[in-house]
Design a binder for this molecule. Structure first.
Ligand code: ATP
Ligand code: MG
Ligand code: MG
Length: 427
């Protein structure tokens, strides 16, 4: 870990860039870096200091990330596009070598943590709508204005905009204690992290737990209910380590497993619509607390085939032409377009799933499914673009407080966690 070529060990109070930045505390870490809260003595603001591992391949990856982040920041001078800003970058030499450092605007908790705080029960639909709007603004900007594909969109890579003084009171600042294990996904968003694995297990147990949860959440839990009403759910897209320009060749295998689009699995060629697929998976997870697709390998079939089966159980049979059209198609589909090893599919369409499993009202389920289903079209070119999606009426619906309460009661949704986002502190 903290060895030659690896992470740079930081102590509170350490100085960077000739004394401009002073380390305050660790915010998180990933496969490539540790991220520290730092004080910028020049601007008197807090920033996130991402210190990359020093070995050559990490330095190269950091240079790429800096290139993408620079384009993203330069193209958005008004800071209104819901993407993280790069403030500065520099090299820092330490005992383990030379580390590229990125200075990013300081943001709050990830949506994954928000879902966890909410005990995997899903957020109110009004909150989901606000978050979706932000993500779509970010995607529309990346896709249409910059020609960049993010390729690793998921709750972990979307951070809430926290504007609280992060040093005064770490609890109230909406930041959870630093985790002991890396939270990020390994090698470029392909392998599942420990936490993703935990989440997966969690997702599988979720249905069985609903009734159990309801029973256990008597008066005590209800008392701890926190109110997120009226709190603005602004957020920003982060982690551009896997992002790339659509017109430059990148790798074949992209995206974190559960958010991976079918054309990537089948190797049928991909472009911007892969982000729209991941976006739909993310929106579903925000609203239900469960991953939309959590594939497993099983007796005689692999994770990919299970993934394709799960997709077809929710979205219907994949059109034959698409099923057999990819370089990997022969591994999973026969010439009729049926899966080779998983023969019996249990069709459970999205609107029914939302009602039956997640206890949505018929109305909410129909409206949400109408929003999501076009984004999950097996034909990537038929998926709406982020720009088109921003026009969708679902984003401007508003559930009454009464409806939201009914939804909460249905889901046993009593503890909303973070009560302290978006509180501005004067400088
Ligand atoms: P990965 O393995 O996911 O690619 P990475 O090394 O590229 O990891 P990031 O994902 O960018 O690192 O950051 C690691 C963690 O640091 C994030 O999960 C988050 O908790 C925290 N973090 C990153 N950027 C910021 C920021 N701008 N503000 C606050 N916290 C941040
Ligand atoms: Mg990350
Ligand atoms: Mg990264």
């Amino acid at each position: 870990w903290y060895r030659k070529g690896g992470y740079h060990a930081v102590r509170v109070g350490d100085q960077f860039a000739g004394g401009r930045y002073i380390a305050q505390r660790k915010l998180g870490w990933g496969q490539f870096s540790t991220v520290w809260l730092a004080y910028d003595t020049r601007t008197s603001e807090f920033v996130a200091l991402k210190i990359q591992k020093s070995a050559a391949q990490f330095a190269e990856a950091a240079l790429h990330e800096i290139e993408v982040l620079s384009a993203i920041t330069n193209g958005d001078p008004s800071n209104s596009k819901c993407v993280v800003r790069l403030v500065d970058h520099f090299k820092h030499t330490g005992p383990n070598g030379q580390h590229l450092c990125m200075v990013l605007e300081f943001l709050g908790d990830s949506l994954l943590r928000l879902i966890r705080y909410n005990r995997y029960k899903g957020l109110q639909l009004n909150k989901v709508r606000e978050i979706c709007k932000c993500i779509l603004i970010g995607l529309d900007y990346m896709h249409r204005e910059l020609g960049i594909i993010h390729s690793d969109l998921k709750p972990e890579n979307i951070l809430l905009c926290s504007t609280i003084d992060p040093t005064k009171d770490p609890i109230r600042s909406g930041l959870t204690p630093i985790l002991e294990k890396p939270e990020g996904n390994a090698n470029g968003g392909v392998t599942m992290s420990t936490i993703d694995k935990k989440l997966k297990r969690r997702a599988r147990r979720a249905v069985a737990k609903i009734s159990e949860r309801r029973a256990s959440m008597g008066g005590g839990a209800a008392k701890s209910k926190r109110n997120l009403d009226g709190i603005d759910m602004r957020c920003k897209v982060v982690d551009f380590g896997n992002a790339f320009w659509a017109n430059r060749l990148f790798t074949e295998e992209i995206q974190t497993r559960q958010y991976r689009a079918p054309e990537v699995i089948l190797q049928a060629g991909y472009s911007f619509p892969v982000d729209m697929w991941s976006f739909a998976c993310t929106a579903f997870e925000l609203a239900t607390g469960d991953m939309m697709f959590a594939p497993n390998s099983g007796q005689g079939f692999g994770e990919d085939e299970d993934h394709l089966a799960l997709m077809m159980e929710l979205l219907g049979k994949m059109p034959r032409k698409i099923a057999i059209g990819g370089a990997q198609s022969k591994d999973y589909f026969d010439r009729h377009g049926d899966l080779k090893r998983i023969r019996r599919l249990k069709f459970w369409p999205l609107d029914r799933l939302l009602v039956d499993k997640y206890k949505f009202s018929e109305n909410d389920a129909r409206e949400f499914a109408e929003f999501l289903c076009p984004l999950l079209d097996f034909a990537p070119e038929k998926r709406p673009t982020a720009q088109q999606c921003l026009q969708h009426p679902w984003l401007n619906l508003r559930n009454s407080a009464q409806d939201e309460m009914k939804n909460e009661a249905n889901l046993g949704n009593v503890d909303v966690g973070m009560s302290n986002l978006q509180i501005k502190v004067g400088k």
